[in-house]
Design a binder for this molecule. Structure first.
Ligand code: DX5
Ligand code: ZN
Length: 223
């Protein structure tokens, strides 16, 4: 199953509620919320208060991508804000085991992300305990960048491993994904597609989402 997760980073923040309602009606599955702290990445976005306030008006699954140092300090705030999936970066913490356990104990799904320079192998010891892995296809920090195709090799390695272990772990890709290049992601084993600019900046977001889905269906994991 392919899930499309539009990133609100590319939305018009002055009309955030309307933008989310519109995208929900366009067939999105998840809502990707990029939290940036100005330390782990050279940019600052929004925090739990904004997420809690939009939570009230959307039924989408909230896919919260924490690009913050030592995420263990704030996990509770994002659980309370209404996250359905909490994704933290491997590079940002030494407390990965504790975070995974804590998030699961609160009945929230957990994902681990890796930046482009981090090898996929670091995720292997955690794979059985993760609901999703996030492969960054650009350097984290900004929307609107160009996808780095080499990062998709990591999806292939992980998809093989997930299949070999009989797991149901989702593989999410994030950064520079468009309706034109999304097929590369699905062909390499990704099944959760994040797209900010390609969806929110399009005059026809419904058509973009449905094209993304059909391109992925046409190009399943090639092994
Ligand atoms: C980048 C963020 C992405 C970003 C994607 O650090 O994690 O989620 O919003 O935006 P696009 O699709 O425009 O590259
Ligand atoms: Zn993201």
């Amino acid at each position: 199953m392919i899930y499309v997760s539009p990133s609100v980073l590319a939305a018009d923040f002055s009309r955030l509620g309307e933008e989310i309602t519109k995208i929900e009606a366009c067939g999105a599955n998840y809502l990707h919320l990029d939290v940036m702290d100005g330390a782990f990445v050279p940019n600052i976005s929004f925090g739990p208060a904004v997420i809690a306030s939009v939570r009230k008006q959307s039924k989408l699954l909230f896919d919260v991508h924490l690009m913050i140092e030592k995420p263990e300090r704030y996990i509770d705030d994002y659980i309370k804000a209404g996250a359905d999936i909490i994704c933290f970066h491997y590079e940002a913490t030494e407390k990965a085991d504790e975070i995974i356990e804590y998030v699961h104990d609160h009945d929230v799904k957990v994902a681990m992300a890796i930046s482009p320079k981090t090898p996929a192998e670091v995720l292997l010891p955690y794979l059985d305990r993760l609901d999703m892995v996030l492969i960054m296809t650009v350097e984290p920090g900004f929307g609107g960048q160009k996808m780095i195709p080499e990062t998709l090799d990591k999806c292939r390695l992980l998809r093989r491993e997930i299949t070999a272990r009989g797991l149901a772990t989702n593989i999410e890709v994030d950064g520079g994904i468009t309706a034109e290049n999304v097929w590369l992601a699905s062909a390499n084993g990704a099944n959760v597609i994040v797209a900010g600019s390609a969806i929110f900046r399009s005059p026809k977001p419904r058509a973009v989402i449905s094209k993304m889905r059909s391109e992925c269906d046409l190009h399943p994991f090639a092994g």
